[in-house]
Design a protein around this ligand. Structure first.
Ligand code: AMP
Length: 537
């Protein structure tokens, strides 16, 4: 067989030649649309590569940062930078300037592209970094920065792709930093190409040419879950919500979105608006949900009341990011609705190409645990699109096993059919009197209570037991003060007595991380100041 390299240039060329009339539509900050074809995008990507070359500041393999939301310019950079042999480095705009400065310093970004909405916050970062060239999407850019459109207008659409080989780096993404400092993950053309093929299988994302795909997941979060590549390889139309849509229902109805992807908090927030049914949402067939567990009640609400299929995807920045995908199998079709939702609430089966193991650490390595849906163990993974180390850091046994598996830091069960259920982050498991309590299981159950809109459970130090669970809830409506007893009773149906949180704290909002997950570190800080501690006890 031919030794044909797997590169992102192939994806771009295929999209252009076979699906040139397909469209990329961006919702602009003034809530109007920018829309053009793949062919127009292709021409601009070629110009962009030429323009970047003319800047004369990067060489093959250099990192190029982006500080932007989900827009057509960002999508152009997603292709131009890797296809010219440089490394795309999307910066998480929600990290602090101090964190970002450290990341830019480590990555040695030679150019940074700054989105329209971010010119002002970028200035604070600018003061802390050394970077040869800044390019603003905004046309009014002050020298020495240059304007994106100006650059494109002075370039020619003539660039020939220059990727030395498939193992060449194409992207660098940092973890979101919920578990310690953000760490860089370097993807290769080959790994991203294979990830694209894997997620485009019918029983995974299953995107087709007839789809209109909307990544609500930011382009800086784990390469937008690979959707910019997967959607264009499939030939689907793409909708990019650069600005926060004033009304998600309007955006879906006006652009005919069929598949949308985002973290559960987005879907929890959007549900009341979408369920009013003021707009025709009949095109929307599937939500891809990941980053955090989607509460079963919310899966049920979307499927039952809105007729939208909800598919859990589990993965990590380290895995490009997809590891598992939750879809029902043929044999599940005759199950009751409740049974189906119980299965769909799991994180799903490993996608073809991903190998999982459930492991327990012993004095001389790891032993494999059984897949029976009950035994809880550390989830470990390997695949052609899983990192073997972090950028610029020697692999340590904290993250990678000696026999070549990534230690995900998640604890899980796997059932006989291979469906994974994440029980918790290893570090978030609450250890009480020598036993483990799963915060995720308690949260899931609390969310089934009609008075609860959001729930987060954290472990707090306890003299007698080591740690005890504390539940923090956002209520759907104001209810009387005996609510804690009500919650206790509700939880005691499912859990042993020692699992029931000693305290329930009602808050207006639970803090979220830079990628929209519950920020338990911030919650802990907020709740465990000396004053609140006193109030709570
Ligand atoms: P990140 O690299 O920021 O995407 O974070 C990866 C972590 O998010 C995983 O190790 C899990 O702890 C969590 N995660 C991702 N997807 C899911 C999911 N579908 N359900 C539960 N947790 C998830």
């Amino acid at each position: 067989m031919m030794n044909y390299p797997l590169t992102l240039a192939q994806i771009l060329e295929h999209a252009h030649h076979i699906h040139g009339s397909k469209r990329v539509t961006t919702l602009l900050p003034d809530q109007t649309f920018h829309s053009y074809t793949y062919t127009a995008l292709y021409e601009r990507v070629k110009r962009l590569a030429d323009a970047i070359t003319q800047l004369g500041v990067i060489q093959s393999g250099d990192r190029v940062g982006t500080y932007a939301s989900n827009t057509y310019q960002h999508l152009e950079l997603y292709y131009a930078i890797p296809c010219m042999g440089a490394v795309l480095h999307p910066l998480n705009v929600r990290l602090t300037p101090v964190q970002l400065a450290r990341i830019v310093h480590e990555a040695e970004d030679k150019i940074i592209f700054v989105g329209d909405a971010f010119a002002e916050p970028f200035e604070e970062l600018r003061e802390r970094i050394e970077c040869k060239q800044i390019v603003h999407f905004n046309p009014i850019s002050v020298p020495p920065s240059v304007a994106y459109e100006q650059l494109l207008s002075e370039a020619e659409p003539v660039y020939s792709w220059n990727i030395p080989d498939e193992s060449w780096a194409m992207g660098l993404c940092y973890t979101s930093g919920t578990q310690g400092e953000p760490r860089g993950v370097l993807y290769t053309h080959r790994s991203m190409f294979l990830h694209t093929l894997a997620v485009n299988q019918a029983d995974v994302f299953g995107l087709t040419e007839a789809d209109v795909v909307m990544p609500l997941v930011p382009m800086f979060h784990a390469m937008a879950w690979g959707l910019p590549y997967a959607a264009m390889f499939a030939g689907a139309d793409i909708v990019l919500p650069s600005a926060k849509p004033v009304c998600l229902a309007d955006l879906i109805a006006e652009t005919g979105v069929t598949v949308a992807a985002g973290v559960p908090t987005i879907w929890a927030k959007a549900y009341p608006e979408l369920s009013k049914r003021k707009r025709d949402l009949s095109t929307l067939r599937r939500l891809i949900v990941g980053g955090e567990a989607m509460p079963p009640t919310l899966i049920e609400a979307y499927e039952k009341n809105l007729g939208v299929e909800v598919c859990h995807a589990w993965g990590m920045t380290e895995m490009s990011p997809t590891g598992t995908f939750s879809k029902l199998r043929g044999v599940h079709q005759n199950l009751s609705d409740a049974e189906k939702w119980r299965i769909k609430a799991k994180q799903g089966q490993p996608i073809p190409g991903v190998e999982l193991r459930l492991a327990a650490e012993t004095s001389n390595g790891f032993t494999k645990l059984p897949w029976n849906g009950e035994v809880v163990g550390e989830l470990q993974v390997r695949s052609p699109w899983t990192a073997s180390c972090y950028y610029n850091i020697q692999p340590t046994t904290e993250y990678f096993t000696a026999d070549g598996w990534l230690r995900t830091g998640d604890v899980a069960t796997i059932d006989v059919d291979g469906y994974v259920q994440i029980v918790d982050r290893a570090k978030a498991l609450i250890r009480s009197g020598g036993e483990s309590i799963s915060s995720v299981a308690l949260e899931t159950s609390l969310l089934k209570h009609p008075s609860v809109r959001e729930a987060a459970v954290i472990g707090v130090p306890d003299e007698k037991w080591g740690e005890r669970p504390l539940a923090v809830v956002v209520l759907t409506q104001w209810t009387d003060e005996s609510i804690s007893d009500d919650f206790r009773q509700h939880l005691s149906v499912e859990f042993p007595k020692f699992w029931i949180p000693d305290r329930f704290v009602v808050v207006d909002e639970i803090p979220k991380t830079s990628v929209g997950k519950f920020d338990k570190q911030a919650l802990r800080k907020q709740l465990l100041t000396p004053e609140t501690k006193e109030k709570l006890s």
